[in-house]
Design a protein around this ligand. Structure first.
Ligand code: SF4
Length: 364
């Protein structure tokens, strides 16, 4: 279900006081706040973009979004900026202002080769950190610094050091949903699309896999490598239950159910397919089911629906409150005021880069 956000009247906002200016704002010039009026010209210029989202954004909402979409796209060009948006971003962000979309792995790969002065990360903080780790000389912005992640906050670099003491010599793999601090302490990173491949790439009979206990269980079921896991969980995916999926299936036995491996194992047992967000999107494109439940964050179904309007998406709607902190007005503020800038201690970034680059360089 699309979300109508309560947008602040940005045209009335005062310029940011110099004392509050971000380090990036001191390096670049702050530009004036553009007009955010809904005019016939805005309607005309944004009409092709509305076509992309008309299946999921009602016409009554577009006049709220369109002036921001136009302003953001103009400012991106002026700033030589790119927007990387995760699959869980809302449709008007994902379809109308993003330059690259994807799951964590796809965004990390794009971040590694991006040709722009500024990266605006529409996702959560660990993703923006990953972009900064891979682009130390670029300015990386996240529209809301509070966009966190229950997995990333479940473990610290100190926890990893203690694990290494407890299991000496055992290689450590971190899901990308971790802070730079944690990435700096591990041997390699992984995402949900390459977790099994990364585990097997190390040639070890035992590995420490953190922080998602459910992804660890999923990997353990698909490899002979012994997995030592951590107790973290995604607050969105662990809310799904096998019982609710069984009820959907009883109501329509022809329904397809596809799930993300951050879900508990009994939920995955009910699924016809399990994969990363990119894998789930590919599965829907390939199989073109009549009705499908995507057992993952709710906005992804909207984004795929925008592309494939003839498929019916049944939505057990669990939203990620962190992803939903990113809105068009905050993206516009990011580009005007160059905030919030992601800064990482260079020594930590250097160590973390090795873990991320080792993952990115693995063959697909
Ligand atoms: S959906 Fe889960 S894993 Fe993804 S950012 Fe939100 S809390 Fe973290």
């Amino acid at each position: 279900m699309p979300i109508l956000q309560a947008f602040a009247p940005s045209a009335d906002r005062p310029p940011m006081p110099a004392a509050d200016a971000s380090p990036a704002a001191r390096r670049y010039r702050v530009v004036p706040v553009p007009s955010l009026e809904w005019t016939p010209q805005v309607e005309r210029e944004t009409a092709p973009l509305y076509q992309r989202v008309k299946a999921v954004v009602p016409p009554v909402e577009w006049p709220f979004f369109a002036p921001y979409v136009k302003a953001i796209n103009a400012l991106k060009r002026e700033r030589n900026a790119v927007i990387l948006a995760h699959n869980y971003q809302t449709p008007e962000i994902y379809n109308c202002v993003a330059d690259f979309v994807g799951d964590s792995l796809q965004l990390a790969r794009e971040a590694a080769k991006v040709d722009a002065d500024i990266i605006v990360q529409c996702g959560v903080h660990f993703m923006a950190e990953t972009s900064k780790i891979l682009n130390p000389d670029k300015t990386v912005l996240i529209p809301d610094l509070k966009a966190g992640c229950s997995l990333a906050s479940s473990i610290s670099g100190e926890d990893v050091r203690l694990l290494r003491q407890k299991f000496p010599g055992v290689p450590v793999i971190a899901y990308v949903n971790t802070s730079a601090d944690v990435k700096a302490e591990v041997d390699i990173c992984c995402t949900s699309s390459n977790a099994v491949e990364v585990v097997e790439s190390l040639g070890a009979d035992t590995v420490i896999f953190l922080p998602d206990q459910y992804l660890a269980k999923y990997v353990a079921a698909h490899t002979t490598v012994k997995i030592i896991s951590w107790n973290g969980a995604c607050e969105v995916h662990e809310r799904f239950t096998a019982e609710e999926l069984r009820r959907y299936r009883e109501g329509d036995p022809s329904l397809s159910i596809i799930a993300h491996p951050e879900c508990p194992p009994d939920v995955l047992d009910e699924a016809d397919y399990t994969g990363s967000t990119a894998g789930m999107i590919d599965w829907v494109r390939k199989h073109h089911p009549r009705r499908v439940v995507m057992v993952t964050e709710c906005s992804m179904a909207d984004n795929v629906q925008a592309e494939l309007p003839d498929i019916e998406f049944v939505r057990p709607c669990n939203l990620c409150p962190h992803m939903k902190r990113i809105t068009l007005p905050k993206i516009l503020d990011s580009l005007i005021y160059l905030k919030e800038e992601v800064v990482i201690d260079p020594a930590i970034a250097e160590k973390a880069r090795r873990s991320v680059e080792r993952m990115v360089s693995l063959k697909r």
